[in-house]
Ligand binder design. Sequence first.
Ligand code: NZQ
Ligand code: ZN
Length: 392
Amino acid sequence: MDNFNFYSPTEFVFGKGRESECGEYVRKYGGSRVLIHYGGGSAVRSGLLDRVKSSLKAQDIYYTELGGVQPNPRDTLVYKGIDLCRNEKIDFILAVGGGSVIDSAKAIAAGTLYDGDFWDFYSGKHVEKALPIGVVLTISAAGSEGSGDSVITKEEGLLKRGTGSDALRSRFSVLDPELTQTLPAYQTACGATDIMAHVFERYFTNTKEVEITDRLCEAVLITMVKETPRVIADPNNYEARANIMWAGMVAHNGIVGVGRSQDWNSHGIEHELSALYDCAHGAGLAVIMPSWMEFVYKHDVMRFCQMATRVFGCQMNFEDPEATALEGIRRFRSFLHSIGMPINFAELGAKEEDIPVMVEKLGLGDGRTWGFVRLSAEDVTQIYMNAVKASH
Ligand code: NZQ
Ligand code: ZN
């Protein structure tokens, strides 16, 4: 196991109705002038936003609001948010929504305290300080409620880029599984795919002897395979929603990836799809991740056999381990299809002729990526081509 630090300072406030306590938590973490940040309207329609406001009012906390965050959040709204925070002397941002809202809130939080252009943080500069943020989560997916990451799309040139810093970790995150019951089945499935992908990015490692994190990863994956079909069949299944919501946090706050090298190439390759086509991140991952697996499995066939046998219940074929590895990948793709995810370019609405542009934007030049298998531009092209051809 590699040396590591693990820092996850967020207070998680989990369970039914807990959003009514968010005013108390804002107060606890020093907020007195709050920006409530939210998305395209689901939180308004469900009445959640009103409940959040009542909770702030009950604590005599001043607030102003900025809605309209789009999925794959844009830099343009971040600039607006920064101006608003400065003009209103905001000292706390409350994100009410999913990964897009939370990531936009994180960008505003960092940008408000920075003299330069906030985009510097998405071009390699480290975030040293940010306004404190809190979260009321409405979709189990990105894991931004427990991560120090934020991903923003620059409208000019459609550049989707991320940043990561402990300064961006939420002070508290309210996780009420009931809030996710209004999600359309497609969004639920996109979220489930993203959660599984966050685990796979860590599971496929070159570090040896990492039994504890392997087993934690497998626990999250097995939970997702069991619980996702239950919520697709019955959106009001609270217990299954609860297991998925906590799985989404565990998958991405770092705990299942400590002490081991990680991959993250599927995320990089996917971000070009969601930047170009504005598709859901999870849907893009459903198309890319099995295609990436098919490209790299020979690098460590036994690790893929471990996934196949422990997560997808395959029988180990000792005479032909590659067959077991491939069967595991096939079952993963088939699972994604069964929950309503696209599994190839055509189903996602992506076009083969755009592949050179996406590879170019990844910026590998003559170089290679990082991770489990280091990929050249030709390798990435091949992975996109696997995704063009994938069938069920
Ligand atoms: O905008 P509203 O109206 O709220 O609708 C949203 C949105 O259309 C809807 N929704 C959310 N909660 C709902 C609901 N609809 C009904 N009922 C509810 N309870 O769902 C749609 C998707 O929301 P979004 O926030 O975009 O989803 P998600 O949480 O998947 O976030 C995706 C973004 O996170 C980034 C992705 O790249 C993408 O931009 N990621 C962020 C990460 C991080 N910060 O750690 C890591 C991830 O790998 C990921 O890259
Ligand atoms: Zn993701």
